[in-house]
Design a protein around this ligand. Structure first.
Ligand SMILES: Nc1ncnc2c1ncn2[C@@H]1O[C@H](COP(=O)(O)OP(=O)(O)O)[C@@H](O)[C@H]1O
Ligand SMILES: [Mg+2]
Length: 536
């Protein structure tokens, strides 16, 4: 029976063609839902490659020990079904490979759990299957990647497993353009047979509405409901892991997720590209008012909206401790109090006084925004110390957040009165607020990394604290939540700008009179009219 490529397989093929056309090496990292036919398709490509090229070594690596034998059996069937004139001569075969002796090409199938073939020769085509479940992905990568020349092909395909594992990191490095792999995500609804023909559903949940918008059909949504009820005893979360609709859903966090898949989906809808990207430069020997904005690709500062002179802003900042690779980043969001939108986001690693200086510069840029640095450690206090002007410098930032509770209890001036203090209690308040706002579609997230950290956040089962999984960060998430929470508090204390009411349908004469009386500013229309008048 011929293999007629399904939708998911066609997507992969078109990506390969695209890269061939652009003369880019074929390097694909495919994150997928279960049972889309991806292993089958990549095996077919690999075998076809070995059967049509002389002198090549092609290797597929499966996750389980018993798969190589099954795949080899299938490979022989495919070989026998190939029309004779297109079939290269097959040498007496063994249980591990097809050896096309006249071509001197091999298709070898191994398991990550078993022995890998000795390398030492170039691999022209390398295929990893279900790498998310390998125990030793690191060492297999070490043994095989170096053998693939630039002209060779590497295709890695897997469902998602744990946040922070090898596959998670590999996939997101590709997605973020840090590696030369192309990240491809294949959601479950690409498979048309995951559907109940003719089924109707009523009362779509907001999540199901999202699915519909993303491209699932009503019949597929009916299938999803039915599958969750009959096969998963109503456990929607389980469905999400096996049949992810988004990348975030594909990876599981150890412990229980804090935010629901629906909240993550809502948050994800607000993610967008910044209008500007670059650095905010300040000199450590100068006042942070004298900053410079320098545009650069991949810069640490992302600006979504420039400061509007009428508006108020607030900055919530997470402060890292230490500068090692493993530590968190410094991260801050700028939110507009009037619009509730994210105006800017910055993330990087700086010396503590430098981070304070950058926050102050950003604050000055956004109309002397209120700055709320997180204060949960000695490190964070160092930032506040600098902002307060006590770091042997000649400037002091005038608007540092002080919690209302602190204000009412005693006069300020002590360092512990300033900034956002994170405790289990305030963290719970932050999360409750964030959930409510996000579910109501009122929270602007803007930045993907913050949403990814949100999706991965868990309740640690032992300590019952809210935290990030091992090896992951939550700096951007914390910064976003603090900013949103503090912004909401500040809305009650500052006089928010509201635009003057528009005067409508007044004829030009009345406008001119009003303008002469200084009641109206020149509008564009009027200016044009004036020019006409001069011509007359
Ligand atoms: N184009 C296709 N048409 C029909 N069946 C297919 C097709 N591709 C794969 N299959 C079948 O679908 C099932 C799942 O394929 P598999 O490659 O194991 O999926 P995945 O690796 O995505 O989980 C297998 O039984 C396979 O034979
Ligand atoms: Mg597979």
């Amino acid at each position: 029976m011929p293999l007629i490529p399904n939708k998911a397989q066609q997507i992969i093929w078109s990506k390969i063609e695209e890269r061939l056309k652009k003369k880019q090496p074929i390097r694909l990292a495919i994150l997928k839902a279960r049972q889309l036919g991806i292993s089958t398709f990549v095996c077919a490509l690999a075998q076809h490659y070995a059967m049509t090229h002389p002198d090549v070594y092609v290797l597929s690596i499966a996750d389980k020990l018993d798969l190589p034998r099954q795949w080899l059996r299938r490979a022989k069937i495919w070989y026998n079904q190939t029309p004779a004139p297109l079939r290269p001569h097959l040498a007496a075969s063994n249980a591990k490979e097809l050896f096309f002796d006249l071509l001197q090409s091999r298709y070898y199938i191994a398991s990550a759990e078993g022995k890998l073939p000795g390398t030492g020769f170039a691999l022209q085509f390398l295929h990893y299957s279900e790498v998310g479940y390998w125990q030793n992905a690191d060492s297999v990568q070490e043994q095989t990647f170096a053998s693939v020349p630039r002209s060779g092909i590497i295709i890695i395909e897997s469902t998602g497993n744990q946040v922070g594992d090898w596959w998670y990191n590999f996939y997101y490095r590709a997605k973020e353009g840090i590696s030369n792999f192309e990240a491809i995500f294949l959601p479950w609804y690409l498979e048309p047979s995951y559907a109940i023909k003719g089924a109707k559903v009523d009362d779509l949940t907001p999540y199901e509405e999202n699915l519909l918008r993303a491209g699932a059909t009503i019949e597929q949504i009916a299938w999803r409901r039915e599958y969750i009820q009959s096969k998963l005893a109503g456990d929607e979360e389980k469905f999400t892991r096996q049949f992810p609709a988004t990348e975030q859903e594909a990876f599981r966090s150890g412990g229980k997720n804090v935010f629901t898949a629906e909240q993550v989906a809502q948050a994800y809808k607000t993610v967008r590209e910044p209008a500007w990207r670059g650095e905010i430069l300040t000199s450590m020997t100068d006042n942070p008012r004298n900053f410079k904005l320098v545009e650069s690709e991949g810069g640490s500062l992302q600006i979504f909206e420039k400061p509007n002179p009428n508006y108020h802003y607030c900055i919530g900042a997470d402060v890292q401790w230490g500068e090692s690779e493993a530590s968190d980043y410094d991260a801050a969001f700028v939110e507009c109090l009037e619009t509730g939108k994210v105006a800017a986001f910055i993330m990087g690693r700086w010396q503590m006084p430098h981070w304070a200086q950058i926050l102050a510069a950003l604050g000055y840029y956004y109309n002397t925004a209120t700055i709320a640095p997180e204060r949960n450690s000695v490190a964070a206090e160092g930032v506040i110390w600098t902002l307060l002007g006590r770091n042997y410098q000649n400037w002091r930032y005038p608007k540092i957040y002080v919690s209302a509770k602190m204000l009412s209890l005693r006069s300020t001036g002590r360092i512990e009165d300033y900034g956002w203090k994170t405790t289990n209690q305030t963290k719970t308040a932050l999360v409750a607020f964030t959930m409510k706002q996000t579910a109501a579609g009122e929270m602007d997230w803007a930045v993907e990394v913050a949403v990814r950290q949100m999706a991965a956040w868990i309740t640690d089962e032992k300590t019952l604290t809210l935290t990030h999984p091992a090896g992951q960060h939550d700096d951007a998430l914390m910064a976003r939540m603090i900013t949103a929470y503090v912004a909401q508090q500040l809305r009650n204390t500052v006089e928010l700008y509201s635009p003057p009411p528009k005067i409508e349908k007044i004829d030009n004469m009345a406008q001119r009179v009003a303008r002469q009386a200084g009641l109206l500013e020149n509008s564009q229309e009027d200016e044009q009219e004036e020019i006409e008048l001069v011509e007359v």
